[in-house]
Design a binder for this molecule. Structure first.
Ligand code: ARG
Length: 454
């Protein structure tokens, strides 16, 4: 049996160590900045703690720790920081480096804290930052769809129900309809953000510590909206905010997947309304004529993965006893993978939409006479015929619908949100306000981080 030594466990089987550490040395690299920020807040608070015979750390020592933490962040940004298997995770790696640099002072930073509240804080800071970046990306995609829609303007496009030709519509309505779905996802991300914006630090292993910790102080230093009051509750909240964000991510992916599916259908030769950018299609090793929409198919496939991650997160939690359990480590992995897939997909879809072409003649030629049936029946209503009688008159004479003009038809639909009633300004406003609010919160978070790590 091969025995490994770590900071906490002097004898651990090598395979057990690898099994329990899992992908943390890779995944936790994303947490370095946030781990250092959390530690800086914790140590600052320790240095201000009242009512102790001897301070755990003095204000001058706290300042040395903060400087050393800032150097760790800088090193990690330059690729000069590593998490070793025997560190287990970012928390122990940072403690090792600080102890190497600061000696006994480094050994004090973990006073009154557990990795349980530490990782919970790291993930929440990472999540706040990531949700804001995600919201900016959602705004970019909505913008790309709106610009595409505005450019296509009133180009008629057959509106479909059951995928069958239904009523006159426009390319603009199609594109801005998808944009609105994307923008509405910000309600889901806002809910996840609200849950992430709570501070678990000071709950320690889940039951507090016999030290006069000032939890409000770290909440303020880290810029959280409030403290998670109950220590046990704070430890149980780990995993819940990951699951909540994964649910938002799964919904976002679902919206993207439906956009992808529409694009696959409307760009296939049998429809041909849209042409996908050539650089977004791949060929076949045997069929020379092929340009396949692989990107869009993978969006569907990755949606299945993210839905799976959400299900995994909830399944992980549903039978877990209260208090910390190591399975929670996997919630971090599910969250990080789901986030990465979703953000990459949003970005690639925005590029795809930017390069999309409309074939307006094909769109017009697709108007079969039946598409005008409802409009013609409503013209009869305007002339005084009761709706149900008009409906039957048109249904009995479907052959008489041949002379209708798609462009004229879409101009007649003017009420709010229909073909000639799309208010592009509304989207511009929503996109601008989503961007402004995400940027403002991001600036606040980065200012808190910079104030701690200097
Ligand atoms: N890497 C661990 C995780 O993500 C850190 C917490 C370890 N805590 C413990 N009690 N073993 O959960």
């Amino acid at each position: 049996m091969k025995i490994e030594k770590t900071i906490t466990d002097s004898r651990v089987d090598k395979d057990v160590l690898a099994y329990t550490v899992g992908d943390d040395p890779i995944l936790d690299m994303e947490l370095v900045r946030w781990d250092c920020m959390g530690t800086a807040a914790h140590v600052t608070m320790l240095s201000e703690m009242k009512g102790l015979k001897r301070p755990v750390v003095t204000p001058a020592e706290a300042s040395r720790v903060r400087k050393a933490l800032a150097a760790v962040v800088e090193a990690s940004e330059k690729g000069n920081f590593e998490i070793r298997t025997d560190d287990q995770d970012v928390h122990m790696a940072v403690e090792r480096v600080l102890t190497e640099k600061l000696g006994d002072l480094g050994k004090k930073i973990h006073t009154g804290r557990s990795r349980n509240d530490q990782v919970a804080v790291d993930v929440r800071l990472h999540m706040k930052d990531s949700i804001l970046a995600l919201e900016l990306e959602l705004a970019d995609l909505a913008q790309a769809l709106c610009s595409f829609g505005a450019k296509a303007g009133a180009i008629p496009m057959v509106g479909r129900t059951h995928l069958q030709p239904a009523m006159p519509s426009t390319v603009e309505m199609w594109a801005t309809g998808h944009a609105e779905m994307i923008l509405d996802q910000s309600y889901n991300t806002a809910a996840a953000y609200k849950l992430a914006d709570l501070n678990p630090l000071g709950s320690a292993a889940g039951y507090g510590v016999p030290l006069p910790l000032n939890r409000r102080r770290t909440t303020e230093l880290l810029g959280f909206a409030r403290t998670l009051h109950n220590s046990f509750g704070a430890s149980m909240a780990r995993g819940e905010c990951e699951a909540s964000l994964l649910s938002a991510l799964a919904q976002i992916m679902c919206v993207l997947s439906r956009l992808a599916e529409d694009l696959i259908i409307f760009s296939m030769p049998e429809f041909g309304y849209f042409k996908l950018p050539r650089e977004f299609c791949t060929g076949s090793s045997i069929m020379p004529q092929k340009f396949n929409p692989d990107v869009l198919e993978l969006v569907r496939g990755k949606t299945a993965q993210v839905i799976g991650f959400q299900t995994s997160a909830l399944t992980l939690l549903h039978a877990m006893p209260g208090g910390y359990n190591r399975d929670l480590q996997d919630a971090k992995m599910l969250y990080m993978k789901g986030l990465d897939i979703t953000r990459t997909t949003i970005r690639i879809m925005a590029k795809m939409v930017e390069g999309l072409e409309v074939l307006s003649d094909v769109c017009r030629a697709a108007f079969t006479p039946g598409v005008f049936a409802t409009d013609v029946a409503l013209r009869k209503v305007a002339a005084g015929v009761a709706w149900r009688d008009a409906y039957h008159e048109v249904r009995d004479n479907l052959d008489a619908l041949n002379d209708e003009d798609p462009d004229a038809a879409v101009k007649c639909k003017k009420h709010e949100g229909t073909c000639a009633g799309i208010n592009l300004k509304l989207y511009e406003k929503r996109i601008a306000s989503l961007r402004a609010s995400a940027k403002k919160r991001m600036d606040e978070l980065y200012a808190k981080c910079a104030a701690l790590l200097k």
